[in-house]
Ligand binder design. Sequence first.
Ligand SMILES: Cc1cc2nc3c(=O)[nH]c(=O)nc-3n(C[C@H](O)[C@H](O)[C@H](O)COP(=O)(O)OP(=O)(O)OC[C@H]3O[C@@H](n4cnc5c(N)ncnc54)[C@H](O)[C@@H]3O)c2cc1C
Ligand SMILES: NC(=O)c1ccc[n+]([C@@H]2O[C@H](COP(=O)([O-])OP(=O)(O)OC[C@H]3O[C@@H](n4cnc5c(N)ncnc54)[C@H](OP(=O)(O)O)[C@@H]3O)[C@@H](O)[C@H]2O)c1
Length: 248
Amino acid sequence: MAEWVNASVKQVTHWTDSLFSITLNAPITPFTAGQFAKLALEIDGERVQRAYSYVNAPSDENLEFYLVTVPEGKLSPRLHALQPGQPVIITKEAAGFFVLDEIPDCTTLWMLATGTAIGPYLSILQEGKGLARFEHIVLVHAARYAQDLSYLPLMQQLQQRYNGQLRIQTVVSREETAGSLTGRIPKLIESGELEAAVGLPMTAEHSHIMLCGNPQMVRDTQQLLKETRGMRKHLKRKPGHMTSEHYW
Ligand SMILES: Cc1cc2nc3c(=O)[nH]c(=O)nc-3n(C[C@H](O)[C@H](O)[C@H](O)COP(=O)(O)OP(=O)(O)OC[C@H]3O[C@@H](n4cnc5c(N)ncnc54)[C@H](O)[C@@H]3O)c2cc1C
Ligand SMILES: NC(=O)c1ccc[n+]([C@@H]2O[C@H](COP(=O)([O-])OP(=O)(O)OC[C@H]3O[C@@H](n4cnc5c(N)ncnc54)[C@H](OP(=O)(O)O)[C@@H]3O)[C@@H](O)[C@H]2O)c1
């Protein structure tokens, strides 16, 4: 049984009508960058709990989560309505294996995300530990519209901090906008546009691909990389090239 602790909402940032970030303070035990917690509220006498990835570095006491309001969703619209000072409950221990310790050595580590799934990568990159073994890191954030790229300023700051080791690329699917590729991640890999824009190849020999977010994006990209690049899922007992986390 998970142990729950009380958290207090410190801040809520509304990026768009549906995208928001919550900052909490709570006495959790230390987590590893890339992991998630469960947040819960009592709704009609029932505890409704869902998983949310930490965005902050583990060393930061402000616990940050990046969310989208799912229309008709049970919990996310309630979290969207929270105000500073209100209570939430959170699992004391984080969970999940979408962490750097699970990633084998490679020349180029690709971090691919749709929507709010940029979170775990931001945690990993803000913490900044265990990354020196990769010559290149590529952070790709795919969203519907340019205004949904809420963490672009942080991505740009990180790019500067990593001084050439980190490249960032945004992808927008429902409009054309300067500075972003247009379309969906798998199509942009298939056409070669993503690699051309980033300036690095995605090969089984030199790359590892982390995939997070929309489960159909994860499946479509894995299928494409399997068929066209000879990549396979990474397992402890059989090392491969792709590590993923599905958000639903
Ligand atoms: C490991 C893990 C980490 C997660 N981290 C985050 C996170 O950092 N931020 C975040 O916003 N969500 C995250 N999620 C999703 C989150 O746990 C909830 O599923 C989401 O907030 C919807 O809950 P709900 O009660 O509002 O919707 P529900 O009433 O549970 O309805 C769920 C339905 O909404 C859709 N859905 C669920 N999540 C999403 C989503 N993110 N985008 C689009 N459609 C969705 C699916 O069709 C799903 O069947 C994560 C999920 C997992 C498994
Ligand atoms: N984002 C918003 O502004 C917004 C506003 C209101 C409500 N919502 C709700 O929030 C939920 C999540 O929306 P979201 O925009 O965060 O997440 P999302 O629907 O997963 O979309 C994020 C990105 O992933 C892409 N994508 C979807 N399926 C894919 C696939 N199979 N392969 C590759 N890429 C794929 C989308 O492209 P496509 O655009 O081509 O699908 C989009 O660029 C939805 O329920 C939505 O109705 C979102």
